[in-house]
Each structure stands twice: as C-alpha cells, then as structure tokens.
Design a protein around this ligand. Structure first.
Ligand SMILES: Nc1nc2c(c(=O)[nH]1)N[C@H]1C(S)=C(S)[C@@H](COP(=O)(O)O)O[C@H]1N2
Ligand SMILES: [Mo]
Length: 260
C-alpha cells in the first residue's frame, strides 16, 4: 500500500480548506488550479485505491454537515443543460415519462419511474462535493440508496461494478455521440451514503445538477458522480463501456478510483 499518495491527497483537500475559507459553502480549495498541486490531485496512482480499501472499512461514512454549513447553491459543473433530443423531450414533460433502466448481470432487470424511485425508502445527507478542478460545495442530497435498487434486481454473484450511462453528449466523432458515463465497484455501490439523488437542498434536483437522477459517491471526487442517469448496468468487467477505462474522464487520463 502507498500511504504517501493517500496522505498527500488528504493533506491537499483537508489542510488547504482549513487554512483558506473554513466557513464558505462553496470555495476554492486550491489557490493555484493549474499548478503542480492540481497535478498531484489528478494523478495519484492506483495504489491509492488499495490503500484506501485497506484503511477504510467499506462502510466508513464520509463526513456529514449541518444545515447551517450550506452557504451557497451547489455549483453546476460539466454538462449543465443536455441538448440531447431524448433528454429534452423528457425534461419538457417534467420527467413523467422517465424510466431508469437497470440491467446487466442481474436476475431481474427492470425499469423504474421517478415516482417508483421516490416511493422507495429515502436517505438525506449533507455532504461536501470536491471537484478535481479545485472547488467544493456543501449541499443536502436526497435519494434512494443504490443498494436498495440493487436488491430489487438481484445482482448475480459475479457482479463487480455498476456502470452509469448518462443522457448528455460530451463530444461527437465519426462513430457518433460520446456520452458521459461512470462506474464504481460493488463496495461503493453498496455503501450506505451512495444514493441515486432526486432532491437537492429540499427541492427537486435541478437540470443543472443532473435531473432527474444523479448518483452521490461521497468518498470520491465529483466526476464520479454521474448526472442525468439514463441506465445502470451491473457488470463483471469495464471492458465494452466507452474505451474501457470506467468513465468518460478516466478514458482521458483521470484515475478510476478518485478517493478523497
Ligand atoms: N452526466 C454528467 N455527469 C457529471 C458531469 C458531466 O459533465 N456529465 N460532470 C462531473 C463533474 S466534473 C462534477 S464536479 C459534478 C458536478 O456536479 P454539479 O453540477 O451538481 O455540481 O458532476 C459530475 N458528473
Ligand atoms: Mo468535477
């Protein structure tokens, strides 16, 4: 294991916040966003994953905050208003025709409406979102635990990952639209704070933050938290999704395990 990489990241995210703007809800945690500091955050190696999995029990919780620590709206980042035809049509109808597809390596593939997801047991948590670009926001998220949805479809024993397919197009090439996607392992998928969120700060999740459904993965960086989720696929391997790196940004060099 590599405590060096782990503690370097801990130091950057923890100590810098404490020294700059401890009270703000959204704030820069890296003064120099383009310098070496940011590089260190983006490139810590895969040993981090194994180190964190050994050091953190799989159910250790990310810190939760109080209402008074929510100071600003969650800052929208990445895609904020998908122009994809299917998405625009769903949004126009207030997402009443939205169906979350859940399939792959499961016994009972299914489709769930927003109403059905909202009727399941919910969890609300106030957490801090850290973006790799160097800012953080504290916000209140409400949704259904991903583990509840997984129980509903019964993953097969070989299941190792959960892949999120999103509506938004990041780029187009000769083969067509390249959409945002992300993935997490079963330990994170089953973690009690991993929720499919449909609520933000006591309101419906806004389009700019991923309506109708986005995932919260509270022990990792913001890019893991797919917005505009169209489908969830349980799988044994990440091959065959995008370029096989496990996410849109991972296919472009970001780490797959982005622990904080
Ligand atoms: N579908 C999709 N999900 C996404 C992104 C995106 O561009 N598309 N950006 C990611 C990044 S880099 C961050 S920091 C967060 C931003 O979430 P927010 O807009 O709610 O702050 O969403 C993540 N999930
Ligand atoms: Mo981000």
């Amino acid at each position: 294991m590599s405590p060096i990489f782990l503690s370097r990241r801990r130091f950057l995210t923890g100590a810098t916040i404490a020294s700059t703007a401890p009270l703000a809800g959204c704030f820069d945690f890296l003064g120099d966003r383009s310098g070496e500091v940011r590089g260190a955050l983006e490139t810590a190696n895969s040993l981090t994953y194994h180190a964190q999995r050994l050091l953190l029990g799989s159910d250790d919780l990310a810190r939760e905050y109080s209402e008074s620590e929510i100071r600003q709206p969650q800052r929208p980042n990445g895609s904020t208003n998908p122009s994809d035809r299917a998405y625009v049509a769903l949004a126009r109808g207030g997402f009443s025709d939205y169906r979350l597809k859940v399939g792959g390596l499961v016994d009972k593939p299914t489709e769930l409406s927003l109403g059905e997801l909202q009727a399941m047991p919910s969890r609300t948590q106030i957490t801090r979102h850290d973006c790799v670009e160097g800012w953080s926001c504290i916000a209140k998220w409400t949704g259904v635990p991903l583990s509840t949805v997984l129980d509903h479809v019964s993953p097969k024993p070989a299941a190792r990952f959960v892949v999120f397919d999103c509506f938004d197009t990041m780029q187009r090439n000769a083969l067509g639209a390249i959409k945002y996607y992300e993935s997490i392992d079963m330990a994170d998928a089953r973690h009690p704070q991993t929720i499919l969120a449909y609520g933000l700060n006591d309101q419906s999740l806004p389009i700019s933050n991923g309506a109708p459904l986005r995932v919260r993965v509270e022990r990792q960086l913001g890019y893991k938290m797919a917005k505009y989720i169209r489908a969830i696929t349980v799988t044994e391997t990440l091959e065959g999704f995008g370029q096989g790196g496990g996410g849109y940004w991972e296919d472009r060099g970001y780490e797959w395990f982005a622990g904080i």
